[in-house]
Design a protein around this ligand. Sequence first.
Ligand code: ADP
Ligand code: MG
Length: 252
Amino acid sequence: MFEISNLTLSVNNKELFNNLNLKINSGEIHVLMGKNGVGKSSIAKAIMGDNNYKVDGSIKYNGKEITKMSISDRAKEGIYLLNQSPIQVEGVTNAEMLRLALGEKTGKNVNIFEFSKELEKICQDLELDKSFIHREINVGCSGGERKKIELMHMWMLKPSMIILDEVDSGLDVDAIKLVGNSLKKYYELYKPTILIITHTASILNMFEHYKVHLLNNKGIILTKDESFAKEILDKGFKKILEEYDTFVISEN
Ligand SMILES: Nc1ncnc2c1ncn2[C@@H]1O[C@H](COP(=O)(O)OP(=O)(O)O)[C@@H](O)[C@H]1O
Ligand SMILES: [Mg+2]
């Protein structure tokens, strides 16, 4: 289970949230929706342990408090973030990083033959040229290629919790389908816990059941089932937030 409790999150001395709470049972899919700049990517990066984001409170994964853990220890626990804007890592190839990470995760030497065979199969499924395996991570890659490379890493590392930060942004229609199908297949095979951040329905359409959380600058203010995503996308944040205010005022 993944659980954020009473979390205060700040970046650059600016407080984004002061009482964030979110509980996701293993294998569930939850969606975070909110206006640009509300702090969705900041939540994703704080969960991963990016030290630009100051947290106070608790983030637990499978019963372990992770707020003090390094990024690589969180990854070893099985948490994986598909970044909104994947960065370039010069001087390190995808194969080198993955061999190292897999070796650390399993505590065993990686069998090169099987490793290469699996990577080639993943590239084929993702319609990525095999040459990407030995290219430096994301260097000189297009936005779409970067997303596929992040998926390549996911398939190799087999995380038990995946955070998808606008994984569908910057992709053409064919790539959205391919990425969506790849994620769906991964979910059906491994039943990971998934936290999705999105502004479109394309990735959500791949999944049947999920919870949708609406964020404003106070934190999560409303949680409903999958039909809520469509409602938000149809009406827009402004209208939904106004309706929410009226609803809260009339309740009091
Ligand atoms: N590393 C950073 N340094 C300074 N400000 C940041 C940083 N990351 C996020 N912010 C600020 O925090 C706010 C939330 O950003 P972000 O989490 O990217 O929003 P969202 O993903 O919801 O669009 C924005 O005002 C953004 O400028
Ligand atoms: Mg963002």
